[in-house]
Design a protein around this ligand. Sequence first.
Ligand code: ACO
Length: 809
Amino acid sequence: MSGGPAITLKSQPIDGSNSNSGNAAGQQQQSGNNAAAASSSSSQGSAGNVPPAQEGTRQNSLQRIQQRKQKVFNLPEAQKLAKLSMYSACQAEGCRCTGWKTPQENRHRDVESSYCPELSEECRNASCRHPLRSHISHLTEISRTSMDDLLGAIIDMENLFMSMQRVEDEDTKKVYLYLFRLLRQCVLTRQQAVIRGPLGDPPFESPCITKAVLSLVFYKYNHLNPTELQTMTEVAKTFLNFLNHYNFESPSVRRSDATLTHEDASTYKINYTRWLVFCHVPAFCNSLRQFETSLVFGRTLLRTVFQYMSQQLKKKCISERDRFPEDKRSIITQMPKFLEALRAELLKDDSPIWDSSYRPPNSFVMQQRKRHQEVAPPATISAAAAASAPSSSKRSSVGEPVHKRAKKEPVERAPSENLDDLPTDVVLRAMKSVSESKTTNKAEILFPVNVSRDENVKAEEQKRAIEFHVVGNSLTKPVDKQTILWLLGLQLVFAHQLPEMPREYISQLVFDTKHKTLALIKENQPIGGICFRPFPTQGFTEIVFCAVTMAEQVKGYGTHLMNHLKDYSIQRGIKHLLTFADCDAIGYFKKQGFSKDIKLARPVYAGYIKEYDSATLMHCELHPSIVNTQFIAVIRNQSEILKELIAQRHNEVQKVRPGLTCFKEGLPSIPVESIPGLREIGWKPQMRPVRASRPLEESTDPEKLANSFQSVLQSVRQHATAWPFLRPVTAAEVPDYYDHIKYPMDLKTMGERLKKGYYQTRRLFMADMARIFSNCRFYNSPDTEYYRCANSLERYFQTKMRELGLWDK
Ligand code: ACO
């Protein structure tokens, strides 16, 4: 980080601020020590490994900072003005002095204790020599709150100055210096401290860590009973709490980590600077706005710190186990399991929890919120760490600073709140009413004609009247008798239902060790099944045979079998199902989400899947965040809730309108908003979604935009994984490439387009780059070097774009 951290200040730092601070800041040696202790962890390495005693020191320091502020706010006004004068420009005409300096004889006296200089005392600065009065003449009229705000900022500044002296790490020192200058300038100009510049504004990534962790709880643990689910929720909250008080290692410490690529290291440096500026320093300097780490950072930061941080957390769990109340010990015991699950999702490129569109159902979020209101705050792994939290409740225990700025708004709202157009209690009421009507109606319905087949099958499964098992033969492990009997039974089911298939062929595949069969068992007999072969390297599963015995067909078993196979595949990271469907079965497969439109590139499956002349190839893409065996029930439930909400609204409005006649009268269309009564029932014109931040294209000139693209393109070209994309693919090198790829793109062509001024907008530039990666992934299979290069380069490209503020959050 040569030349200072990558932040610019709202107003330029003034010259000579250091020399001035040497006077005032130097007088605060003792209190500065507190700040240095409060901020020391980042300079010493990681506070994740800070011993409890040191955490206690930090906590005490934060308390002392607040106590000092309170003491200053309670000083007589004359003393407060004297303190302010030390950082206020002299108002005498032509004087450039930026702060009153105590006369030589009083140098060691402290305005924060008994010393109250006379208004006539002259400034020690040889180029000033004006009385103290000249430094405060413009401040006498300001309100008490504004004065305390300024004094708070001065104390923060002095603390930063001391921290800066103590910190060893150069990167951290530079950030402290910038923040010190920012505060200095803000005090001088009496403005609020605002950080602007290439660091960007928080939140820096979407979804944020808090949201992803909440999604993980739903994704992994929603099947647990309520008590277990609550434990996992508390484990998650404990983890977030630990992260929010975690002190990250400085980039120089991380430089020694050989596993870190150059790209990772530079990304880490940016994130570390952001963390210092927006999360860490504001914890002890509350004139700066503070953000929670878990709410403003996402996967990128967590990936880089996870390994070390989770080790620290596990160690803490062990060392602090006995301090935990017994009823909370399960949090400690479940923590390693939770961390392992989170680690796996961090590594998976397509993990749904890191997909910003992934949302746990509203009902889950509401339940979590309800629980959150009912239960105590999350367990803190270290009481000391928790106590050091800059939460308002902790601060108030040592006296809420009068000037303290309003607590920040949550930077990212809970997932459901983004959607909310109805108040939570209205939705909860509708949910309650739906579930009550289900219970009351049950007894009255003799013939449940409206209950979906899916629900009947699930009810049978719950009662264990039917079971689903994945079975297969093995040459390396003993195969139990039950499995063999089921495989024999399945072979018969397939043979009866697929009479065109030679029996030997069916036996061969059912007993082949590379194939498995998902068996539907009723009264210990297989009544249906799907024989399949997974190709994990290719990312798909081939469905070989699928059948249900004649007597059990059209009862929903075929659908439930397929849903189980989908969930089974998703859990193993497979996202595609392929099958050659018999002519008669095309309808069934269509209903299961298969299509004749094959979205996978032929080279991915050609030569792997068994091809049949008289059958039709069909493809189903799996969405990793859908639990297929629950899907129908979820949709049904949602539609019932919607109907209930409509009914409730209907009762409230109670006005029947005559209906529109304009169409009969010949009008082809009318504006939606002119439909009578529509606004009354809550309809609002749709607004275009507003982007969180204005990307560069809207805020800059074309030349600046082109320069930014040039710099991104240059970096991308130089990346280690860019080699497959540097030039166009030639038909001589890859003869069938242009049979499959209709819109080729490469980095050379992009360079030429850039020169010709083709990229007038960010979207055009991004679209071409995306084309390079999607072409590659379409043509090549996932286990190829090319495919991996595309994934890696795409991530790098996004990072570069983000750095320049060219990427939507
Ligand atoms: N053509 C069109 N639609 C069908 C067919 C079919 N052959 N079979 C079932 N469906 C429909 C059902 O009517 C139902 O639709 P709905 O929900 O709109 O009413 C839906 O598909 C699912 O019905 P389920 O009851 O869940 O399925 P079922 O238990 O009947 O099992 C199966 C379907 C496996 C196709 C069964 O009918 C069967 O064994 N058929 C004979 C064997 C066969 O053709 N297998 C497929 C060969 S291709 C291959 O194996 C790769």
